[in-house]
Design a protein around this ligand. Sequence first.
Ligand code: EPU
Length: 302
Amino acid sequence: MRVSDPKILGGLAKLDVELRPRTSLAELTSLGIGGTTDLLRIKKHESIPCLLRLLDDGGTPHKFLGGGSNLLVGDGELPWVILQLVAPEPDIVLEGNLAHVDAAADLGHTVTFCAKNDLGGMEGLIGVPGTVGGALRMNAGAYGMQIGTYVREVKVYRAADRRLETLRGHQISFEYRHTSFAPDDMMLSVTLELPSNPFKEILKGIRICNEKRRSSQPLGQKSAGCIFKNPPGASAGRMIDELGLKGHSVGDARVSDRHANFFVNAGRASAKDMLALIADVREHVQKAFGVELENEVVVWNA
Ligand code: EPU
């Protein structure tokens, strides 16, 4: 979709929003899949209410993009514009045990920056690609920890009320790969309260998690992490593996040989290929185990 309304185009410079026309979402997502649309890069949180009002008044549909690492975007010309925050400098400010982090900050950078300042707790998230905002929305977790545990405060833009709001940690529920944020809430920044631990100790934990991840996940390949959530008490990866579906493919969309719940783009996979593979594997699992796997990957299909 093109931003063509003169009122919107005229407002962008004043709001410090950069327009990147005809951007390929394949280049902004870790799966390397997705069509094209106009991208609006937001440099000031304060601009958001005004920008969103302009877009809504001009009838321009939009979606908020984080780091694009848990996302499958449709092919071709996309029917919405994409909004993305640009991380400020610095994107993390420490205050005792508190880390004030911009939602656009890189998650891995946040984990290591806090660790170097003797703040731990997030070792399990090392190696998880994406932004802090994306991790928050999904309550990213691994190796027995989840980011929600450390959230003290979150600043969001609430599209439903068209305003910026600060939520205390106890006002948000963080569950397995799920939070109580509304689908159109836009994460802006978070304050994490992290346990003190000497860097050397945190580094040991980081190395262990890195090693586990390297040995079990296809890190060098284009993927969106796990495609399905684990059903209660079971492992989607193990079920798919037991069915012999590693290497199963539709076009260049392929079930990883390393971890069966990772589907990789082995070349020039389209969203259509990946969606067909997801549907096919879900059907195999449903038939064999009587379990309907739920997507973990977020799908934006036109
Ligand atoms: N397994 C297999 N074959 C496979 C994959 C896994 O037999 O192809 C078996 C493993 O041997 C293990 C069990 O299944 O006994 C669980 O596997 P793993 O430890 O890899 O964990 P997982 O449940 O598949 C979850 C998260 C990952 C996270 C890891 C580590 C979900 C959907 N996935 O994977 O998160 O990194 O635990 O904590 O909850 C993600 O969210 O995108 C993600 C990758």
